[in-house]
Design a protein around this ligand. Structure first.
Ligand SMILES: Cc1cn([C@H]2C[C@H](O)[C@@H](COP(=O)(O)OP(=O)(O)O[C@H]3O[C@@H](C)C(=O)[C@@H](O)[C@H]3O)O2)c(=O)[nH]c1=O
Length: 184
């Protein structure tokens, strides 16, 4: 069982799994196809990713053209500030961002439909993020929007400048980036 609430952007959902705790520890369903189907998440997931990041590492904002990926994201160690940016030109929320803390302690998840850029900042000393994707990794289709594009205006909870990959430090502003014309 899960409580699911709509996020601020069309199609984005925040999932709150029901966690059963007992003297042994805890149990919860981290993924249930039937439950997600009831909320219109019908695309099959084809890849699971797992990354670990030190405090201050910012990954993103990533997306793939041609092979747009829906993502179901959760954190199994530590805490991140997870962000999605709507890149669907037909969406009333085009160019807007949504962000929230995902933590191993709270166990909330975010579902981001195909058509968004995604990124996160590690706010704990160490964090591990697990996410399922609805399409495969396609390196030639990868794109990156710069994390601090003022036109998007993401309010990252930063204490100092973030640690970026060289690829991510060369992201494009939204105004120059590929968008999704047909997804919505
Ligand atoms: C994303 C990805 C990377 N890789 C490889 C390529 C590279 O050598 C190494 C690290 O890749 P990256 O630097 O792109 O990893 P990272 O910066 O963590 O990229 C990820 O960021 C988050 C925010 C997302 O939303 C993901 O879709 C993905 O873009 O892993 C795969 O083999 N499969 C994959 O699906």
């Amino acid at each position: 069982m899960m409580r699911i609430v709509h996020g601020d952007l069309p199609g984005l959902l925040v999932l709150e799994p029901r966690v059963f705790g007992d003297s042994r520890g805890f149990f919860f369903e981290s993924y249930n196809q039937n439950t997600l189907r009831q909320w219109g998440i019908v695309l099959p997931f084809v890849q699971d990713n797992h990354s670990g990041s030190r405090k201050g590492v910012l990954r993103g904002l990533h997306y793939q053209v041609g092979h747009a990926q829906g993502k179901l994201i959760r954190v199994v160690a530590g805490e991140v500030f997870d962000v999605a940016v709507d890149l669907r030109t037909k969406s009333p929320a085009f160019g807007r961002w949504f962000g929230m803390i995902l933590s191993a302690a709270e166990r909330k998840q975010i579902y981001i439909p195909p058509g968004f850029a995604h990124g996160f900042l590690t706010v704990s000393d160490w964090a591990e993020v697990l996410y399922k994707t609805t399409d495969f990794y396609a390196p030639e289709c990868e794109r990156c929007i710069i994390w601090n594009d003022p036109d998007i205006g993401i309010d990252w909870p930063l204490e100092c400048p973030p640690t970026l990959s060289s690829k991510d430090s060369e992201g494009l502003p939204l105004s120059k980036a590929d968008r999704y014309e047909d997804l919505f």
